[in-house]
Design a protein. Structure first.
Length: 66
Protein backbone atom coordinates (compact mmCIF):
# COMPACT_ATOMS: atom_id res chain seq x y z
CA UNK A 1 0.00 0.00 0.00
CA UNK A 2 1.26 3.42 -0.78
CA UNK A 3 2.49 5.11 2.39
CA UNK A 4 1.31 8.43 1.00
CA UNK A 5 -2.41 7.47 1.08
CA UNK A 6 -4.53 10.29 2.47
CA UNK A 7 -7.98 10.48 4.04
CA UNK A 8 -10.48 11.64 1.39
CA UNK A 9 -12.42 13.62 4.01
CA UNK A 10 -9.64 15.32 6.01
CA UNK A 11 -6.75 15.27 3.51
CA UNK A 12 -4.29 14.05 6.15
CA UNK A 13 -2.04 10.98 5.81
CA UNK A 14 -3.47 7.68 7.02
CA UNK A 15 -1.66 5.98 9.89
CA UNK A 16 -1.00 2.26 10.20
CA UNK A 17 -3.56 0.35 12.26
CA UNK A 18 -3.80 -3.19 13.60
CA UNK A 19 -6.80 -5.40 13.01
CA UNK A 20 -7.64 -8.03 15.59
CA UNK A 21 -9.58 -11.15 14.66
CA UNK A 22 -10.35 -14.31 16.52
CA UNK A 23 -9.07 -16.59 13.78
CA UNK A 24 -5.82 -15.04 12.58
CA UNK A 25 -5.06 -12.69 9.71
CA UNK A 26 -7.79 -11.07 7.67
CA UNK A 27 -7.48 -11.74 3.94
CA UNK A 28 -9.52 -11.09 0.81
CA UNK A 29 -10.07 -13.56 -1.99
CA UNK A 30 -9.73 -12.45 -5.59
CA UNK A 31 -9.81 -14.19 -8.91
CA UNK A 32 -6.51 -15.14 -10.49
CA UNK A 33 -5.30 -13.03 -13.42
CA UNK A 34 -7.62 -13.54 -16.39
CA UNK A 35 -4.84 -14.76 -18.67
CA UNK A 36 -3.51 -17.08 -15.98
CA UNK A 37 -3.85 -20.85 -16.38
CA UNK A 38 -5.13 -21.04 -12.80
CA UNK A 39 -7.99 -18.66 -13.62
CA UNK A 40 -9.19 -21.09 -16.27
CA UNK A 41 -9.84 -23.71 -13.59
CA UNK A 42 -11.37 -21.27 -11.09
CA UNK A 43 -8.43 -20.94 -8.71
CA UNK A 44 -8.45 -17.81 -6.57
CA UNK A 45 -5.71 -16.08 -4.63
CA UNK A 46 -5.74 -14.68 -1.09
CA UNK A 47 -4.31 -11.22 -0.41
CA UNK A 48 -3.31 -9.87 2.98
CA UNK A 49 -5.22 -6.82 4.11
CA UNK A 50 -3.49 -3.73 5.54
CA UNK A 51 -5.76 -1.43 7.56
CA UNK A 52 -5.09 2.32 7.64
CA UNK A 53 -6.82 4.86 9.92
CA UNK A 54 -7.31 8.61 9.68
CA UNK A 55 -6.04 10.21 12.91
CA UNK A 56 -8.47 13.13 12.48
CA UNK A 57 -11.88 11.55 11.79
CA UNK A 58 -11.24 7.85 12.48
CA UNK A 59 -12.07 6.64 8.95
CA UNK A 60 -10.61 3.15 8.42
CA UNK A 61 -9.75 1.78 4.99
CA UNK A 62 -8.43 -1.63 4.09
CA UNK A 63 -5.84 -2.08 1.33
CA UNK A 64 -5.20 -5.49 -0.25
CA UNK A 65 -1.48 -6.15 -0.65
CA UNK A 66 -0.31 -8.03 -3.75
Amino acid sequence: MADDARCPDCDVPFEAADLFTGKGELKVRTEAESDDVLAAVGVTKALEVEPRRCPECGLVRFYAEE
